[in-house]
Design a protein around this ligand. Structure first.
Ligand SMILES: [Zn+2]
Length: 319
């Protein structure tokens, strides 16, 4: 009886030791994984390419037009922006499009005769999901780069989607590990969310993501700011929100973006809604027609603000 009891106890001790070793091994593997993520430096995008453009869509600001001219200064003359738009744009055909003067005004770079295309960043939250493939197909067709703000615990299951997006030149950044409201978490918990999501993105793509993340619901408070600062990350929010998650209406999404589009803007979208993807079939080619270059959020931030500053919230330019 005593021997049986003793052997049971030994079995328990051995089990406890084995469990402890397994946990320790997991922690070491994860720590190494995270160190690797920190070791691979993020390379900022190259200087914005200045392109000599003479497009058929460029439109003179004529007196007979019913246009609204907006300009804003961002501390540098080159950031002057002028853009005219119309409220009525019922028809999508090229003829009506051109007749309406639906074009972004290109900005001189300072060098005579050299113009830079206005740029805009489309960002897609809450993926990856299978629907993301349709969006990637549209982007393959029309060109342009976008930013995917992915949820950490969905990345492994959607690894092929994330990898396809990354290899097509799109940007992959974190949108928390499990879409918790970071505003309710401690600084340490927020840092864990940032690190874990960055680590899984690097695990799948083989490259450290740029040090920016989109907090769920765009929430930004002092603790999120501290966690971002301490991890060397910046917060990526937006300047244009078509509320695609609320209305689920492709016309509203398309019209809102086209109406508010401006140089240096960051647009909030969700690639988990079919209506958003349908809207992109029209919105993406139209933005390109208007003269916008579709770039990543990081490119817009470097263009508008000059650098990524840890702990800062970036939104892009607002009208
Ligand atoms: Zn979200």
């Amino acid at each position: 009886m005593g021997a049986v009891f003793k052997s049971n106890r030994n079995v328990k001790i051995v089990a406890v030791i084995v469990a402890a070793l397994v946990i320790a091994g997991g922690v070491i593997v994860f720590a190494q994984h995270r160190n690797e993520a920190a070791a691979v430096a993020f390379v900022p995008p190259e200087t914005v390419p200045a392109t000599a453009i003479e497009s058929e869509y460029t439109y003179d600001i004529g007196e007979e037009t019913d246009s609204v001219l907006n300009s804003e200064e961002f501390g540098d003359e080159d950031y002057h922006y002028a853009y005219e738009y119309y409220k009525d744009f019922d028809c999508d055909c090229d003829e009506c499009f051109n007749a309406a003067g639906f074009a972004a005004i290109r900005i001189p770079t300072g060098e005579p005769g050299v113009y830079r295309a206005p740029m805009i960043a489309l960002t897609f939250d809450d993926g990856p999901v299978l629907l993301t493939h349709y969006l990637l197909d549209i982007l393959d067709e029309y060109g342009g780069r976008v930013t995917f703000c992915v949820i950490g615990d969905m990345v492994e299951n959607g690894a092929d989607i994330v990898l396809r997006a990354f290899e097509a030149g799109h940007e992959i950044v974190g949108h928390s590990w499990d879409h918790q409201d970071l505003a309710r978490l401690s600084v340490e918990e927020i840092k864990q969310q940032i690190w874990d999501t960055g680590a899984i993105i690097e695990y799948v793509t083989g490259h450290a993501p740029p040090p920016i993340f989109r907090p769920p619901f765009g929430h930004f408070n002092r603790r999120i700011q501290h966690a971002a600062y301490q991890t060397g990350y910046s917060v990526l929010n937006w300047s244009i929100d078509p509320r695609d998650w609320r209305d689920r209406d492709e016309d509203i999404i398309h019209d809102h973006i086209i109406y508010h589009a401006r140089d240096g803007a960051i647009v909030l979208l969700h690639d988990i809604h079919p209506t958003t993807i349908y809207a992109m079939r029209r919105t993406i080619p139209k933005l390109i027609k208007m003269g916008f270059e579709l770039v990543t959020a990081t490119e817009v931030i470097y263009y508008v603000y000059g650098e990524l500053t840890p702990g800062y919230e970036f939104t892009g330019t607002r009208r």
